[in-house]
Write a protein that binds this ligand. Structure first.
Ligand code: HEM
Length: 527
């Protein structure tokens, strides 16, 4: 061997020896490290019997206290589960180590896309649904809200149906450029059927499999495995829902009369389209699936948030009045609120109300499970590769160290506000930016953070502002004219929404009615 090649050989061998040493050392170290604490595991059964079937976040919080640890380990159906109960643990792992904590389950019944195509889906979102490009969603949000307000004027008791229609119509407009006018539009009917299958309220098993995806491997005949039959049903319905509207866009594009929308923007960039109008190339299939996830990810989450908002407005009338005073001062009575008004410096009280809704009753109390791709260590504990990592957002949102000293179980928007001396503008408050912004938790973490986050928040804000600007929201009256206050009761599920309740939604004045009618005319979106 000549000299240079023997040096190269030596370097190669020492690098190899070092890598072997490092690997065995870290593997050895990891395997000697304990798992995070948690309830005692039974042979074969692990923690299966410890798991409550509802409101799991309360049990996780109790265990965190009992084991004095913000990170817990459970073994359920043979799978490893890591439960994170503090903001620090969630940020350290899911945000800072997002590169290895962003895996996903290939789970049949999950609301959102999982599997190999995930990266392609996210790329399309990044390219064609960018947070700075508000033109793709805000004008449609405004229109959908005005139609919603008008429907409330006509049949206020049907508020939930109107809300669902508004959320569905908005997504169809943005995803496919399709104008949904009637509540029995076949697209909406199909989409609602799809979401009904997913509704955790009706299918506790489905909720459990979302949170504990390993359960999907239990056999069909297993007692309680009815969610598996639902999953089959779901696959068929999902395809029947997302294919027709996408084919409409492809056809309209070929005819040269497609409206600007997410699908069209993506289709324009396709390198290898299938020339047949009723077929899709693999590239087009990915766009179809991605557009489909907009409804799955964006419709029910937004409705859940608005339902909590309405409930809070009924239960806390003084909060409603303060928000209306702010809207009257900033927006006035001659126009409806616009997106430009929704900045946290412009309507700080409204912003505080929305933040408080997101915190008080989190839309997804356990966020979405992530998978860890490799063995890891945290706080001296071993985190096994393949563990499902669950963030207990409920615990974080009710952590007194973060959201105290005002009682964290009380609905109190003032916890978000600081007094200001800007008396000239009539401002009393500004948002306390030192308080942990709930939108950094509500929409998930790291590489998997919700790609519709910007739209989710802006649509929630414009709806809340417009509702309070035009209407008074009060409890229903009984036969003696006495108010019947709805209870603060929630249904345990992946999406956390209140038990059905009634409310009175009345226009604040004739002037407010006229404003809605006028806006409807101006936007050219007659009922
Ligand atoms: C208030 C409204 C919304 C909430 C609370 C919400 C929340 C979430 C959460 C928690 C996740 C999982 C993030 C993670 O794994 O860490 C997610 C993912 C997702 N969201 Fe949203 N979202 C909302 C609105 C929307 C909207 C309007 C759209 C689309 C137009 C959307 C589309 C999606 C999609 C496609 C995913 C899957 C992303 C992935 O798995 O990579 N969401 N959302």
């Amino acid at each position: 061997m000549d000299e240079p090649s023997s040096i190269a050989y030596l370097i190669l061998m020492s690098t190899f020896a070092y890598l072997v040493f490092w690997y065995t050392r870290t593997r050895g170290l990891q395997q000697t490290l304990p798992l995070p604490p948690g309830p005692k595991k039974l042979p074969f059964l692990g923690n299966n019997l410890d798991m409550p079937s509802s409101f799991q976040w309360n049990t996780f919080s109790r265990w965190a206290e009992q084991f004095n640890s913000d990170i817990l380990h459970l073994r359920i159906a043979g799978g490893d589960y890591i439960i994170l109960n503090s903001h620090k643990a969630v940020t350290d792992l899911l945000d800072k180590r997002s590169g290895i904590y962003s895996g996903s389950w290939d789970c049949d019944i999950l609301v959102l896309p999982y599997g190999e195509d995930l990266k392609a889906h996210r790329k399309l979102f990044q390219q064609q649904f960018h947070p700075n490009d508000t033109a793709l969603h805000q004008p449609h949000e405004k229109k959908a809200t005005v139609v919603f307000l008008n429907n409330l004027l006509d049949t206020p008791d049907d508020w939930l149906a109107h809300m669902k229609h508004m959320a569905g119509a908005l997504i169809f407009q943005i995803a496919y450029g399709i104008h949904i006018k009637h509540k029995d539009d076949p697209n909406i009917v199909a989409a609602e059927k799809m979401m009904a299958v997913l509704s955790a309220a009706g299918i506790p098993g489905a909720f459990l499999v979302d949170v504990f995806p390993i359960l999907k491997y239990v056999p069909y005949w297993f007692p309680g495995a009815s969610f598996k039959r639902k999953a089959r049903e779901w696959n068929g319905i999902q395809s029947a829902t997302v294919t027709p509207p996408f084919m409409e866009v492809k056809q309209a594009m070929a005819n040269g009369n497609a409206e600007d929308c997410f699908s069209l923007r993506c289709l324009r960039n396709v390198k290898n389209p299938d020339p047949r109008p009723d077929r899709l190339s693999s590239e087009e299939e990915i766009i179809k699936e991605t557009a489909g996830t907009m409804y799955e990810g964006g419709a029910d989450t937004g409705i859940t948030a608005l339902r909590t908002f309405l409930l809070a407005m009924i239960r806390f009338p003084h909060v409603q009045r303060q928000a209306q005073e702010e809207l009257d001062r900033v927006v006035g009575k001659d126009r409806l609120p616009d997106h430009e008004d929704l900045d946290k410096d412009t309507l700080p009280y409204l912003r505080a109300v929305i933040y408080e809704c997101l915190r008080w009753q989190p839309i997804l109390p356990l966020a979405f499970p992530h998978l860890v791709d490799v063995d890891d260590t945290y706080k001296g504990y071993h985190i096994p590769k393949g563990s499902t990592v669950i963030s207990n957002l409920w615990a974080i949102f009710h952590d007194e160290k973060i959201y105290g000293p005002i009682d964290v179980h009380t609905f109190e928007p003032k916890r978000w506000l600081l007094k200001t001396s800007d008396v000239e503008r009539g401002e009393k408050w500004k948002i306390n930016t030192n308080m942990l912004d709930p939108t950094t938790l509500t929409f998930g973490f790291g590489r998997r953070v919700c790609p519709g986050k910007h739209m989710g928040l802006s649509s929630l804000l414009i709806n809340a502002a417009s509702l309070l600007h035009s209407f008074d929201i009060t409890p229903p009256l009984d036969e003696f004219g006495e108010p019947v206050m709805p209870k603060i009761e929630y249904i345990s599920g992946m999406l956390y929404h209140p038990v059905a309740f009634e409310c009175c939604i009345k226009p604040r004045s004739e002037g407010h009615v006229a404003l809605v009618k006028q806006a409807l005319l101006e936007l050219g979106v007659g009922p």
